[in-house]
Design a protein. Structure first.
Length: 134
């Protein structure tokens, strides 16, 4: 999964997250809006590469319940300014039990050559909103 740093704002009533870990615990049963932006602004991978991102919903034991796709990106290479891309999306998730989890994951579909493709930590983000009605 994508490693998440220190939360900017955290409401500990609804979520729990350990800094520099991948999973986020959703502490209250109910509906959540989860938005994800994954931005690469300067890939150092040589030539072409394609990625697919999704949000994995897990139960409190870490067993996968379902994968929600959020998008894909193609990056041309690390020369001539063709080395940036982004994936963004939002899902609505209804949890089944307390402490269900989400993990943002990225799958490399194709890679012409090896190298490192880091996310821009100032532009990439995960936002979780608990939805309450009434």
């Amino acid at each position: 999964g994508v490693t998440l740093g220190t939360p900017t704002v955290e409401n500990s009533t609804y979520i729990a997250h350990t800094n520099n870990q991948s999973s986020v615990d959703l502490k209250v049963v109910g509906e959540y809006a989860i938005s994800v932006d994954l931005i690469v602004d300067d890939s150092s991978v040589s030539d072409r590469h394609t990625f697919f991102a999704y949000i994995e919903h897990q139960n409190s034991s870490g067993t996968k319940q379902y994968d929600y796709p959020i998008g894909a990106m193609y990056i041309r290479g690390n020369v001539d300014g063709y080395d940036a891309g982004g994936i963004g999306g939002q899902i609505r998730l209804i949890t089944n039990a307390v402490n269900d989890r989400i993990v943002v994951k990225v799958l490399v579909l194709d890679r012409q050559n090896t190298g490192t493709c880091n996310l821009d930590t100032s532009l990439s983000r995960v936002k979780i909103d608990k939805i309450n009605y009434g």
